[in-house]
Write a protein that binds this ligand. Structure first.
Ligand SMILES: Cc1cc2nc3c(=O)[nH]c(=O)nc-3n(C[C@H](O)[C@H](O)[C@H](O)COP(=O)(O)OP(=O)(O)OC[C@H]3O[C@@H](n4cnc5c(N)ncnc54)[C@H](O)[C@@H]3O)c2cc1C
Length: 284
């Protein structure tokens, strides 16, 4: 039997109060594109849905000094329609353009995508490569800032406690980096990622800094920190990139599933990484 109630708080404070009051049964409801299928399939049977989709604290895409700040209830469609995102965070815009289809994009939020904690979460990869920070709040813990690279702990698991809401996500646009994003699925639209990858490189005479984020290739979306460290200060040479791709494969741990085998995903990652770097080097 399904036992789910629906609450519509008037403001953020009331939402946090409800979350604290209903503890483990509380579920913040944003676009509900994960929640409703979960109720439908019986994965979620007993819950109190707290509708946060139009709380003003959780909306808006703003430029704040050196940072871009996204409300957690920003939809994927809003990212695509934002001049700030298109011009200053094209890696995030590109990922939004590959997300589901226009109907789902109108509902699906960035906060919901991160909080659901899927290893194949498509918003996490561009936000990881931008080294985003997640601002969260609860009655019990107050406000805290969590680097996104410390946010995911396992499939469907994050460091959030049940009563903690994601308020905003912020990142520096890193205008001196060049970025490339790729999502590889069974088809171009409405496909769960078999692998996704974002690479950012700050190039001087050598590679000054590298950022690599991966999705669907480990139990959590992750940054390839050892590969990044290896590449820093290195010249762009074929043998360096080959060595980097070896290190990269040692940092991931893909599974075999109906979308592809572990071996396939490993080879795919090598190819996508080399394609990403070549693509970045060809950018003016
Ligand atoms: C047909 C279809 C296609 C899809 N395609 C893709 C795809 O291409 N790529 C992809 O990554 N995903 C995809 N998804 C999954 C889903 O759309 C995304 O994960 C979406 O971003 C979830 O956002 P939401 O607002 O709908 O979350 P909801 O369903 O409202 O919530 C999801 C979870 O996050 C929690 N939550 C929501 N907001 C917050 C918050 N601010 N703070 C704390 N917790 C919160 C909820 O309590 C719940 O546990 C698809 C889903 C469907 C049904």
């Amino acid at each position: 039997m399904i036992n789910c109630e629906y609450l519509k708080p008037v403001d953020l404070q009331e939402a946090l109060k409800f979350a604290s009051q209903f503890a483990d049964r509380a579920r913040f409801a944003a676009g509900c594109t994960n929640i409703l299928p979960d109720i439908h399939t019986g994965k979620l049977r007993d819950c109190v849905l707290i509708d946060i989709s139009d709380l003003k604290e959780l909306t808006g895409i703003n430029r704040e000094d050196d940072f871009i700040s996204l409300g957690s209830a920003t939809t994927v469609a809003e990212l695509l329609n934002s001049e700030i995102i298109r011009n200053e965070a094209p890696v995030l815009w590109e990922a939004a353009s590959r997300f589901a289809d226009p109907v789902v994009r109108n509902r699906a939020t960035v906060g919901g995508n991160l909080a659901y904690g899927s290893p194949a979460s498509d918003m996490s990869v561009p936000l990881l490569v931008l080294d985003a920070t997640v601002l969260v709040q609860s009655m019990e813990k107050g406000i805290r800032e969590i680097p996104l690279r410390n946010f995911f702990v396992g499939p469907g698991k994050t460091v959030l406690s049940p009563s903690e809401v994601i308020l905003r996500i912020k990142f520096e646009p890193l205008s001196d980096f060049k970025f490339y994003y790729t999502k590889f699925g069974k088809r171009n639209a409405m496909a769960i990622s078999i692998a996704s990858l974002a690479v950012g490189i700050k190039l001087g005479k050598a590679i000054e800094e590298a950022r690599i984020a991966l999705g669907a290739l480990a139990p959590i979306p992750l940054r390839a920190l050892r590969t990044e460290e290896f590449l820093t200060g290195k010249p762009v040479q074929t043998e360096i990139l080959e060595k980097a791709s070896e290190i990269l494969l040692s940092e991931i741990n893909p599974i075999s599933d109906i979308r592809g085998s572990k071996e396939y995903r490993l080879e795919l990652t090598r190819a996508l990484f080399l394609r990403a770097v070549n693509n970045i080097l060809s950018l003016k």
